[in-house]
Ligand binder design. Structure first.
Ligand SMILES: O=C(NC1CCCCC1)[C@H]([C@@H]1CCCCO1)n1c(-c2ccc(Cl)cc2)nc2cc(F)c(Cl)cc21
Length: 233
């Protein structure tokens, strides 16, 4: 059994990130709504834009709690948020689908999302990603750190001081590496698999503007915040 020990700083960092992650759950539960009723493609599109808008606000609050983030250059803070918002949204969606649910609920939820109005060509890559996240059986700490690492990606467009972001990301990566050894001692490759999902996430996120534009609705209305953050409208 591998002994894993955390420094005082790492214990403090984990606590801050977990508290922030727990505080910033999506207000009402999308999954519950989808399981309750069948929605039209218009209603689903509206639900997605509403949820995504509130998720961006939640993401900003979460990010402000990442130690060191507010010390970054102000414009770099914006560049990191803009560059990671879609990925964070897909990560959250994957976690919503992979939550433990009563028998049969996941299948209903999956079906409702497949039929929500999203165009056929994107359903496979999206669910492949959701499945690959589900197979990892991440614990909460790993989910929160993975979101943190996604936000602290140095090579986002327009980031000026990349080394400063790299230093923050490194700290989160060191902590995640130890968390993986602690929670998945039998899988030495687990940490590498986790990081591999970020590559899949970035690829999926490249499609998001097209996924939204091809939604089977007559009028694709977005909130001002989504127009800002997503490359839509
Ligand atoms: O609202 C959603 N996700 C929110 C976003 C903010 C964070 C919380 C989760 C969407 C909506 C729900 C209505 C039907 C269409 O999908 N959604 C997507 C999704 C995301 C991007 C695109 Cl372009 C298409 C679909 N995948 C999901 C998987 C899920 F398990 C659940 Cl519960 C919802 C999911």
């Amino acid at each position: 059994k591998k002994k894993v020990s955390f420094t005082k700083e790492q214990q403090a960092l984990m606590k801050v990130i977990i508290d922030a992650y727990n505080k910033h759950q999506i207000p009402q539960d999308v999954a519950k709504k989808l399981l309750q009723d069948k929605y039209s493609t218009e209603e689903n599109f509206l639900l997605l834009t509403e949820m995504a808008t509130s998720q961006v606000q939640v993401l900003v609050e979460f990010t402000k709690n990442i130690p060191g983030f507010l010390s970054l250059d102000r414009e770099d803070q914006i560049a990191l948020l803009k560059g990671s918002a879609v990925e964070a949204m897909f990560l959250r969606s994957a976690q919503a689908l992979n939550k433990k649910m009563p028998i049969g609920h996941t299948e209903v939820l999956e079906e409702r999302i497949r039929k929500s109005g999203i165009s056929e060509e994107f359903i496979k890559p999206m669910f492949n990603f959701y499945k690959s996240i589900g197979e990892l059986h991440m614990v909460l700490e790993e989910q929160a750190l993975l979101t943190t690492i996604t936000i602290l990606t140095p090579d986002r467009p327009y980031v000026k001081d990349q080394p400063a972001v790299e230093r923050l990301q490194e700290t989160a990566l060191d902590l995640l590496r130890k968390m993986c050894v602690l929670h998945h001692p039998q899988e030495p490759q687990y940490f590498a698999r986790l990081l591999g999902r970020l590559t899949e996430l970035r690829t999926l996120s490249h499609y998001h503007a097209e996924m939204l534009a091809s939604w089977r609705v007559n009028d694709h209305k977005f909130t001002p915040l989504l127009c800002e953050i997503w490359d839509v409208q």
